[in-house]
Design a protein around this ligand. Structure first.
Ligand SMILES: C[S@@+](CC[C@H](N)C(=O)[O-])C[C@H]1O[C@@H](n2cnc3c(N)ncnc32)[C@H](O)[C@@H]1O
Length: 260
């Protein structure tokens, strides 16, 4: 069910993600690359490349990147974009990033940017990413995060779900780091970024209908104080902005880890 929702939502809005400035140029792309520090002989896996920006960033420094995404139309759009840029070292593969079709210890690096919140079993997905990392390999996880307060987190998740029915759940940064530790990965670094968003473009990217735009606008401006402080709405009309928050985690598999 959640997979078909993801494919429907992203399949019909693929070009919007290729052209999204937030995805193509967001600050977290640069930080992901700095923390990943791909080496020229590395084989990397980018889970859920969407419009392709995360996979293409890694491909600029690694030998080969596999970009694995659930949504065929996204992969086709990303591949066409990469071809236009002359990039040849990304293989675009359709599959479920929560159940990888790769043997253990296959990759030097696994990345996933702004996608885990769509996965129905997030801890299990990260465990599978840890499985395919070679001993000493690294994971860089970037995702939108929730406020730490559970009631505020529930409100923000409902806000996101109204905009995108394929939205699963944002987690707090500490919860994401806990998922990594639970798999046996060592968390080497974690940080938060504020991501200013244009409210109208955010709704347009998911082709939100007129009625839900009104409801989202009400939810944004009449949110409880803890949510209001988190989303920080500003401006009016087409110039309305708000903030999403991203968490970034660098984790590593022990160099002596057994290959299971
Ligand atoms: C916002 S886009 C990713 C953006 C991209 N990583 C970037 O940095 O520009 C989210 C993507 O997650 C993909 N996705 C969601 N659930 C998935 C799953 N279980 N396995 C693989 N891809 C998934 C969607 O198809 C969509 O292409």
């Amino acid at each position: 069910m959640s997979q078909s929702l993801v494919q429907r939502q992203f399949g019909s809005n693929a070009q919007a993600y290729v052209h999204s400035v937030v995805h193509a140029q967001g600050q977290s792309l640069k930080r992901m690359l700095e923390l990943a520090a791909p080496q020229p002989d590395w084989l990397a896996l980018d889970v859920a490349p969407g419009g392709g920006h995360s996979a293409l960033a890694i491909a600029g420094q690694a030998r080969l990147v596999i970009g694995l995404d659930l949504t065929l139309a996204m992969l086709q759009a990303a591949r066409a974009y990469a071809t236009g840029l002359g990039v040849q070292n990304v293989l675009w593969v359709q599959g479920d990033g929560g159940e990888l079709p790769f043997p253990a210890a296959s990759f030097d690096l696994v990345t996933c940017r702004v996608a885990l919140h769509h996965f129905p079993a997030q801890g299990a997905a990260i465990a599978d990413w840890a499985r395919v990392l070679r001993p000493g390999g690294r994971l860089v996880l970037v995702d939108n995060i929730s406020p730490d307060d559970p009631a505020a987190a529930a409100y923000v998740n409902a806000f996101e779900k109204l905009r995108d029915p394929s939205h699963g759940a944002l987690q707090s940064l500490d919860t994401l780091a806990g998922f990594c530790r639970d798999t046996g990965l060592e968390v080497l670094h974690q940080e938060r970024l504020y991501k200013p968003m244009n409210f109208q473009q955010w709704m347009e990217r998911m082709a939100v209908g007129a009625g839900d735009r009104v409801r989202l606008t009400e939810m944004l401006w009449s949110s409880p104080p803890a949510v209001r402080a988190f989303l920080d709405p500003q401006g009016s009309g087409a110039a309305t902005t708000f903030s999403l928050h991203e968490g970034i985690i660098l984790a590593a598999k022990a160099a002596t880890a057994p290959v299971l």
